[in-house]
Write a protein that binds this ligand. Sequence first.
Ligand SMILES: [Zn+2]
Length: 337
Amino acid sequence: MTSSAKENALVEALLACKLASLPLPADVKGTWLAEGVLQLIPAEPWQQATVISAGIHGNETAPIEMLLRILADISSGKQPLHQAILVVFGNLPSMRANKRYLHNDMNRLFGGRHAQAKPGNESRRAAQLEQVVADFFASTAPQSQSNRLHLDLHTAIRGSRFAQFSLIPFHRHAYHPSFFALQEACGLDAVVQHTAPGGTFSNFTSDAFGAQSCTLELGKALPFGQNDLTQFATTEAALRALIAGETLPTRDKAPVRYFSVAESIIKSDARFTLNLDPQAENFTELDVGYEIASQPGKHWTVSAKAPYILFPNAGVALGLRAGMLLQPASPCLSLPD
Ligand SMILES: [Zn+2]
């Protein structure tokens, strides 16, 4: 069987919910905490508890395939596992439908927001994922209290000036230098610091469990089987080293660019307009003084301090974010006084 045929067989197995019968080596204890959620704990002592999630948006397939490959290698014994991990395949029904979501964008529903959403596939699943992550961190607490990680793997809808980047949720606890070393080793081009809380999965794990969390945007969303996984090889190598407890690979790229969110553009009126080419890439530098968006009573103008646009989307529901303006930040986000 070729490796791509093998991956497709794995994807099919996952989608048919047959992964629960995945064999594991004798020194790894596997427990399915929910459909598509596998806890793996090595028999020998370990220090770090890491949640690795993919498919919170069902059509973002490359990270799902990457995670399946790693899981297959753990199963065969080829991939060493020396840390506790929780592997989460986020939204199985939307993966089967090759859709971002069925009823609600799941990555806006965490931190209890699912209780306010119209009940549906994603509100149920977000509530369940909050519970299984709580169970995982509770059961691994003696070893991992100060060493919890969460990497939520995504691909973006639009093109990006920086092909691979991460978003670090707003947090009050310290993020360790080792976490930024991981960002570097993953080959990311940019790291963005949120400056306000949100309903993302990574915001939830950071806020509720003091984890070092981020959302990784690893490229453009394509259907299963059409991903060029070599694009993701650096991130995959870093993840494999992380869970093996090995030294992270050395970065072989220009330094990471750091940004923080200066302003969120919140759409709160049906007459909202976003004055931007729909094809505009993430991190496009806009002209100073340009009116990027408007709605009755509010105009957003680009300032010299924060000229970069991220995730522009005029189509969001009222009350949600239609884009963010970014400012450059110092390395590892040590905030200026
Ligand atoms: Zn996504």
